[in-house]
Design a protein around this ligand. Structure first.
Ligand code: G3I
Length: 343
């Protein structure tokens, strides 16, 4: 473990990892500090964690991560302000009857007010860790997450946010976030499958519309929950397409790989340990992927892996990460830290 290179030196862009409080002490924290210079709270800043009932804000778990970042000089990528998932039901319910909110003017205004209160309270609380854009660890945040549904006419997911407010909720979220955080925190839209052509097209349409409307979007996130079968050139095509969109609109947009993991069980296999031959394939995959990402370093705000070890992964059956459950570097780690091209 001690003679492995520091991964954060091998990427040319800030290198992040999704964690929770378990990674802030002991050997896991040492692994995080050695290899990463940014963290994303895997769950602890999600709406239902921050505001489980209306007006009751619970910041304890997120504060543990913020203090860890502050003490050790890590950047924080915030996740997430507005999402259809992991948001408590009360958000979309009438406060007295518990019935779903309607699309009446009153109910729509109530939901806008709730969104604004959530974002304002979030930003005010974490301001205790320093001024945004100066010494606050939060340098970027997912303002909206997973709003695309490429099968719909307008490309937008039919969530409760959408049902009640329509497409305006996306613009509102960015405007409220911009008022709350100022210019010092990069405001991201984030989604999965953005490497798939149909999803990519819908994503680009939405981002282009938002930019045309002057909505303060700073960054475009690619989750990259992929597998060994995912062609890397398709991922690169999405990065290049976003870059071309920014050029066409004459704006600066950054991009981030926000939730990277590469499942090795491409046939849905269920293993008790990762077979050697798949571990090797995964090592080559990570090598080629990181090589491609390095070549786009100038466009990338950060690259984040979605968890420190396979044992801590949301899809642990795919053994998708860089370290095993014993915190040992896998071939995926060695691939990631290997430069094929010269810098
Ligand atoms: O905290 C509760 C605990 O109190 C309870 O006893 C336990 C019983 O199920 O559940 C715990 O909550 C779990 C939570 O993770 C914290 O561990 C939830 O059940 C579980 O569903 C939740 O999963 C998270 C998932 O988002 C939920 O959507 C994963 O850890 C997290 O990795 C995953 O992350 C998402 C990103 O936010 C958005 N993009 C996709 C990505 C993968 O799904």
């Amino acid at each position: 473990e001690t003679d492995v290179p520091d991964l954060k030196d091998a990427l040319d862009v800030p290198f992040g990892v999704a964690i929770d409080g378990r990674e802030t002490t002991g050997p896991s924290s040492e692994l995080v500090l050695k290899h990463f210079d940014q963290i994303t709270p895997e769950n602890d800043m999600k709406p239902e964690e921050i505001q489980p009932t209306e007006g009751t804000f619970t910041f304890d778990d997120a504060d543990v991560l913020m203090q860890f970042a502050k003490d050790d000089g890590l950047r924080v990528y915030g996740h997430v302000l507005v999402w259809h998932s992991q948001t408590a039901d009360w958000m979309f319910e009438d406060p007295t009857t518990g019935e779903p909110l309607t699309t009446s003017d009153e109910d729509r205004q109530l939901l806008r007010d709730r969104m604004k209160t959530h974002i304002d309270t979030f930003a005010e609380h974490f301001a205790q860790y320093g001024a945004y854009g100066e010494d606050n660890p939060i340098r970027a945040i997912d303002v909206v997450n997973e709003v695309i549904s490429e099968g719909e006419d307008d490309g937008l997911r039919r969530s409760e946010w959408y049902r009640i407010l329509g497409p305006e909720y996306i613009r509102l979220a960015f405007e409220y976030a911009h008022e709350a955080f100022g210019d010092g925190v990069a405001l991201f839209i984030n989604d999965y499958n953005t490497e798939q052509p149909a999803k990519r097209a819908a994503y680009l349409d939405l981002v282009g519309d938002l930019l045309d409307e002057g909505v303060p979007v700073d960054g475009v996130g690619h989750q990259l929950h992929v597998s060994l079968l995912q062609p890397i050139n398709q991922i690169e095509a999405s990065i290049e397409a976003v870059d071309a969109l920014a050029d066409a609109k004459g704006v600066d947009l950054v991009q981030a790989v926000t939730e990277l993991d590469v499942a090795a069980n491409t046939g849905g296999e269920s293993w008790t340990s990762l077979p050697q031959e798949r571990a090797v394939s995964q090592g080559y995959y990570y090598r080629d992927l990181f090589d491609m990402l390095r070549s786009h370093a100038q466009d990338l705000f950060s690259v984040t892996v979605w968890g420190p070890t396979d044992a801590r992964s949301w899809r642990s059956e795919g053994f998708p990460l860089l370290f095993d459950g014993a915190l040992q570097a896998k071939p995926a780690f060695w691939g990631s830290s290997t430069r094929r091209s010269s810098p």
